[in-house]
Design a protein around this ligand. Sequence first.
Ligand code: SAM
Length: 219
Amino acid sequence: MKPVPHDHLSSQQQSSSHGRLGHAREARSGAKQPEAFDPARAARLDDPRRFEYLPPAQIAALLDAPKDATVVDFGTGTGTFAIELAGQRPDLTVIALDEQPGMLELLRSKPGAIQLKNLKPVLTDRMAGLESGAERILALNVLHELSDAALRQMIRLLKPEGAILIVDWEAQADRPVGPPKEHTYSAVEAQQRLEAFGLSVEVLKPLRYHFVLRARPAA
Ligand SMILES: C[S@@+](CC[C@H](N)C(=O)[O-])C[C@H]1O[C@@H](n2cnc3c(N)ncnc32)[C@H](O)[C@@H]1O
């Protein structure tokens, strides 16, 4: 039996969501996945099985945030990884950013989140003042959802000496979880997209189902 994708839509669910979310497609020009993430699927982001192939300690090590840095978790969803990072690194300020208020409500409702004074949930509509403020940005399972405008918005948050860690589903990998291949990038495609936006990209060792890229503003 085919395993059930536990943090994404099945193809049947995807086609049924196209009509409802279809209006969002035009606004998402450039995104590989045309529709927005459906908050009805948010529980999948909190499935602990995700940590088997996306270990939070490894993500934090790859992010390599300097002491006392500001980190933006761009497209934080329910804040699964922002909470882990803020808990592991109390010296950091972790800005958990999402475009969907419903996702941030789910984040705020988590007992673990309430206790973390260094975790700041922020809606993209309210992100004025955050430009050029982040030493690190984490973009986890989100590049394939980002329109060109959103990608530019993300890059603008970075300090000139900062870096973005992009971890996303590898289109070339055989995987029992995640979005359909046609909604995801290969590492090479992702690298080319990021370079077209003026970033210099380092290809890091992949995880089980994900490519890992570190991007910095090109000199
Ligand atoms: C697949 S979920 C991943 C959530 C989280 N990074 C994780 O791995 O647990 C993608 C999230 O990115 C958010 N997102 C997509 N485009 C965005 C944008 N332009 N700005 C902010 N958030 C965005 C969606 O609302 C959704 O919550």
